[in-house]
Design a protein around this ligand. Structure first.
Ligand SMILES: Cc1ncc(COP(=O)(O)O)c(C=O)c1O
Length: 705
């Protein structure tokens, strides 16, 4: 498997409020975007307060079809609030993303602490620095805010339940291994002694070398070999607390043997297969047949082995992970309760228990619905922290035990919000609406039938003409197949069919109730917008596991998005598309977009995609890593901390073992032969070679304008 030398570089924002003393969780009703401390603009405008906007009169103001003129009058009164409602931005984006008065997406990287950037302006200014789209923008301040929120929620829960233990979070490196990201995470995590979790040997190497925070933890998960176990144990000599978590039965012997060989008493943990089952996509991460973890009988056998090896006092941690993106708080509560009892029993059996690691699972509200839908969650970070703390306090109080240090391995809840992928739309494919010409009388019967069908469409009569139009179009195609209809006549029939569909659709937009048979009409007639993006590279989970990410235009949000579209990517794969979008009722198949203008680019943003996407992206069609920038808010605007240029074609070709010099040489030889044969002129051959050479050092994506 070929992979790159450098890989390229998603909760509802939680309900906390930063006070002078630190973060304090508040109720969702109090959670508002606070622009009271805007950062003064430098090159970029600071967004204005959101409270001076007009309220929408209706939630959906569809234009009314004018059958006399055959047109729809322009609706000018589209408000920013309507865009907010349509794209549900406050549901999934608060407090980081909102819309400003000029209709652009605003980013408030420091959450409630003030200061914001106009995303559209940021993108334009980055483009001015030769950073082409698609562009992944990482907002370091969002990462810092997420880390602070999680720690503040646990601090608040610990205070609320008078919990005598601490919280020491760790970040699972698998979620985003990019160097600049991990370095920032370690830096921001320092005040909270935030640690790292490794799920593999290479991730262990990152964790050991990157984490320099005293008192923080390294949790060593995943499959292990002798080298992995010994490396983790030896790291103790560097003053690091690397806890080796035994996830497989065989690892117990491995750890015992390594300890004997090295003469080191390790700190070890056990991953339990809980009965409390996760749900949704990652539901099989728990239960007896889960890939990782020890069943209860296996745990008891492990305890006996450790006792015999005089290492029972090394067993200090109980870990479980019931899956990622757990949507329901009741599932989490069950798991915390079960784990609490196992923890207590391990102590009773003689283990020197000190830590409880609740794994990942803290969800992200991708659709902003606050429900148990797979793309959402019915709890906030504070509820989560409260439940972990309360469950352990209960279990330990009953058993008269000291409470453990609490660890969570929250990945997506930390990493998702900080990155935004911005991409441009290269063009569209639309069902065009042709003007319906009056009949001359010489037309084929099938054309006249379609024409009459068109005339018969009215607000009271939609279903019947739709059925007729479909039938006549099918008949027209059959007639063409048998040679009874000419190509121009077939074209006329098809245009009339689509004109009927347009007219019916315009009436449907005015109706509160859409007949079931006509619900698909909008999908059939939707536009296809071509994205300058590879779904396989930049949003692999959207393709592989139907993960939903909020997607919306980042500008023109004071203008009604009158078109409905699916998004198609640059790859030649029919799967390379996005036709599932967040919606209040679950999922919708079309995104509301604006008509493209020939003189202006059109930018969409994919949000909450900072977890897992970058590393899982693949090189389908050889579209490489996108350009990535790290941005930090400054008192004057923002600073570009790092630019990680996306792959060049030379680089992606190198991943599949092509040497760019060899390729170029081969092209040179071919042009020489073609010149000799008089197939190409010298001038043409030079232009071809220059293009070829320039492409090799260029971005793998298209340049739009
Ligand atoms: C063992 C372990 N810990 C933590 C995580 C992170 O989970 P999440 O991103 O849901 O926080 C995962 C991911 O699946 C995992 O396998």
């Amino acid at each position: 498997m070929v992979r790159r030398a450098t890989q390229k570089g998603t909760s509802n924002p939680e309900l906390d409020h930063k006070t002078a003393q630190g973060f304090v969780a508040i109720d969702s009703s109090e959670s508002k975007v606070n622009h009271s401390l805007p950062v003064a603009p430098q090159s970029l405008p600071v967004s204005s307060p959101a409270n001076n906007r007009m309220k929408p009169t209706k939630s959906k103001d569809f234009p009314v079809y004018d059958s006399q003129k055959g047109t729809i009058p322009e609706v000018s009164s589209w408000s920013i609030e309507q865009s907010e409602e349509l794209y549900r931005i406050s549901g999934w984006g608060d407090p980081y993303f909102s819309i400003n008065d000029v209709g652009h997406v605003t980013v408030s990287p420091k959450g409630l602490r003030g200061g914001s950037l106009d995303l559209f302006d940021v993108v334009n200014s980055l483009k001015g620095r030769n950073l082409e789209l698609p562009l992944l923008i990482r907002f370091s301040d969002i990462l810092e805010d997420r880390i602070e929120r999680l720690n503040a929620c646990f601090a608040k829960a610990i205070a609320r339940y008078s919990y005598a233990g601490k919280y020491r979070g760790v970040f699972p490196v698998k979620c985003n291994q990019q160097r600049h990201f991990v370095q920032k995470l370690v830096e921001f995590g320092k005040p909270h002694q935030f640690g790292l979790e490794a799920g593999s040997k290479p991730e262990l190497l990152i964790a050991l070398a990157s984490l320099n925070t005293s008192g923080s933890l390294i949790i060593c998960n995943g499959y292990k070999d002798r080298e992995y176990v010994e490396t983790a144990m030896l790291a103790q000599k560097l003053g690091q607390t690397a806890i080796v978590v035994m996830e497989q039965v065989e690892e117990v012997e491995q750890v015992i043997a390594a300890s004997k060989r090295l003469g080191i008493k390790p700190v070890i943990g056990l991953r339990a297969k809980l009965c409390a089952k996760g749900m949704g996509r990652w539901g099989t991460s728990a239960g007896d047949r889960a890939k990782f973890g020890l069943t209860i009988p296996e745990i008891l056998a492990a305890i006996e082995k450790l006792r015999k090896a005089d290492l029972l006092d090394s067993l200090q941690l109980l870990h479980f992970h019931i899956g990622s993106q757990i949507s329901s708080i009741s599932v989490l509560k069950d798991a915390f309760r079960e784990a609490g009892q196992i923890y207590v029993e391990l102590s009773r059996l003689g283990a020197n228990m000190k830590y409880l690691d609740v794994g990942g699972g803290l969800g992200v509200d991708y659709d902003g619905s606050k429900t148990t839908y797979a793309a959402s969650k019915n709890y906030n970070m504070q509820n989560y922290a409260n439940d972990v703390v309360a469950a352990m306090k209960d279990a330990c109080t009953q058993a008269k035990l000291e409470v453990p240090t609490l660890i969570s391995e929250s990945g997506r809840a930390i990493a998702s919000h900080q990155s935004v992928l911005v991409f441009d739309i290269l063009g569209s494919s639309d069902v065009v609406e042709d003007h319906v010409e009056p009949l001359t009388g010489d037309e084929h019967l099938i054309i006249r039938n379609l024409h009459e069908t068109y005339d018969s469409i009215s607000s009271e009569n939609l279903q019947e003409p739709f059925n007729d139009a479909e039938q006549f179009k099918d008949e027209a195609i059959s007639l063409f197949g048998f040679g009874y209809l000419s190509l121009p006549e077939r074209a006329q029939a098809e245009k009339l069919f689509w004109s009927c569909c347009h007219k019916i659709q315009d009436y449907l937009h005015q109706m509160d109730f859409v007949p079931e048979e006509l619900t698909d009409l909008e999908t059939v007639m939707a536009s296809i917008y071509y994205m300058n993006l590879s779904v396989f590279q930049s949003a692999p989970d959207s393709w592989a596991i139907d993960q939903l990410f909020p997607i919306m235009p980042i500008h023109r949000l004071n203008e009604e998005p009158v078109k409905r579209a699916t998004l198609a990517d640059l790859t030649c794969d029919s799967d390379g598309k996005i036709d599932r979008f967040i919606d209040i009722r679950g999922v919708k198949s079309l995104l509301e977009v604006h008509p493209l203008k020939s003189t202006e680019p059109y930018y969409l943003g994919m949000f909450l995609n900072g977890a897992y996407q970058e590393i899982m992206g693949n090189l389908h069609n050889l579209f490489g890593d996108t350009n990535t920038v790290h941005i930090q808010l400054t008192p004057k605007g923002y600073e570009i901390e790092h630019v990680v240029k996306g792959d060049t074609m030379k680089e992606v070709l190198g991943y599949v073992q092509y040497d760019s010099e060899d390729l170029l040489e081969s092209m040179r030889k071919r042009t020489e032969v073609a010149m000799e044969n008089g197939q190409i002129t010298l001038e043409e051959s030079q232009i071809l070679l220059q293009h070829y050479e320039r492409c090799l050092s260029g971005y793998t994506y298209l340049s739009s304008m």
